[in-house]
Design a protein around this ligand. Sequence first.
Ligand code: MRU
Length: 314
Amino acid sequence: MRTIDWVDGAVEIIDQTVLPKEVRVLRLHTVPELVAAIQSLAVRGAPALGVAGAFGVALAARVHADDPQALTAAVARVETARPTAVNLARGVRRAAALLPRGPEAVLAEACAIRDEEVAASRAMASRGADLIVELCGNRSRLLTHCNTGGLAAVTLGTALGVVFELHQRGLLGGVIASETRPLLQGARLTSWELSQRGIAHRVAVDSAGPFLMARGEVDAVILGADRICANGDVINKIGTYAHALGAHRAGIPFVVVAPESTVDTHTPSGDRVPIEDRGAAEITPWSDAVNPAFDVTPHDLVTAIVTDRRVIRP
Ligand code: MRU
């Protein structure tokens, strides 16, 4: 099943807030419903957010066909629902460019974005698997962070798609899923996707990653991105930078897998990217808190970036 799709006049998503306990499908009919789903992370992950943004414009175009002011406001709400993954605003803008041609043209563009992400996942899986074999040989033991599978894209995924491909080729030596505090995308979502495919894996607390690398239990780190800047800096889920430092110290490859739709050549470097802070409630009821949802991994810690079209070695 697709994580996100347009079905009978509404956006259908798998609700990622209730996995792995329950596989629940939500039907979203309005822009406020879609924005709430984006902000609660019911739909999440950079490629899926791009598709969600485009479908959001399709919803807005239907509801506000006769009210240009309301339409503009609705499109802006979708575009700014979350600030960090470049795919969201990019998906919104691409679909919104079709507004003068009417709601059906907008929907067609949104479906094209969905289909492009499906194709991109396939291309990245194959290219990424080739690269891991080149860098680490056969039977590599990989550590991944956050969730970069079909749940974060439309199907298959980015970094986790590479893991699936290596498993299919019989070349996977093991997977450690970093739990990904505080919302546990690794422990809940990545672990669920790996189990669905019958892939043996272990979950580790985020802070164990660099130590496991130092102890020689990891051959490469492979993960996704929410934005890749012009200089190769990688913005991804908080905890990524620590894994990059650990990989550098242990002398193992640090590989990022992301579609071209995540590459943002308009942003020169990571310090220019708005980093979402999700507030204290997700961490602690007892105290004020700082809760950045993403971090910046400087390009010199990145061995390679695999996209659907190329391998970039920053
Ligand atoms: O806050 P999230 O869960 O949307 O963050 C997602 C990530 O950081 C992923 O690693 C990234 O989007 C890559 S998804 C293929």
